[in-house]
Design a protein around this ligand. Sequence first.
Ligand code: BDR
Ligand code: CA
Length: 309
Amino acid sequence: MSPKPVILDVDPGHDDAVALMMACGSPELDLLAVTTVAGNVALEKTTRNALRVLSLVGHTGVPVGAGASEPLHRPLRTAEDIHGESGLDGPKIPEADFEPDERGAVGLIADTLRDSPEPVTLVPVGPLTNVAALLRAHPGLKGKIAHVSLMGGSIGLGNTTPAAEFNIFVDPEAAREVFDSGLRITMSGLDVTHQAGAGTAERDRLRAAGGVGGVVAGFLDFFAATYEGIFGFDAPPLHDPVAVAAVLDPGLLKTRPMRVDVECESELTRGETVCDFYGVTGKPPNADVGVELDRAGFFDLLYDSLQRL
Ligand code: BDR
Ligand code: CA
């Protein structure tokens, strides 16, 4: 089978960095482009981090388009408390060997979709601002999007407010537009990404593997310390790689079709993904929502991909 064409939209971020490396190390995927968005840190930093990570693994032929520096309608909320001032604190990695693509995120995605002979899978793992902007600017290109495998939201608890997960909280209006777009969506929310915690055993296995494993383990050690301090977790969740795994091997993620509506107004619950688990609204489902992750299978896939780099 020919590799599946994908575009990753990222805000690196430690788990975004791992998601990027996982995609680069997976021959089943054809990484056509990477786009960056403001989220974990400001856009200049997420773009720098994406370029540095791709340079580290030698994938400098992948065009990187810088996207939105702000959410559609709100000031940006960032997460330096989790990812550090640079967005990728921890082991020092070299500066990038290449520059961002001058078309920017929306132009790059649009051109990439147009040029691809087959529909492309989008993997957004930050706030959904770029994807919403693309749909606004180029509604005619929807047919060129095969699938959206996103990290964001939660059926249950939030991690930024009691109700809201970070990516959706940062730009709820964009998330609402994407969930209401009619595109085929797989949502990897906190319910499943919290099953992908990288504990000491997983980090030690990465360290022992050599190659980029040592850098990844170092990033995850930093991530582990902040996650422990803020959430009390002993194993930081590899949120964003789950959305990549859901494309690589959909069997790893058990999903359930649901209607997902995004709360944009309430002060208390803004950014909540209201998931109609039991179908009580009678509204047709608009997403396949992850409910269970094959944790062992996920980590095997991750180690295999990183070992190829
Ligand atoms: C999401 O928020 C970010 O901090 C992570 O990169 C991930 O995409 C988890 O809520
Ligand atoms: Ca992210």
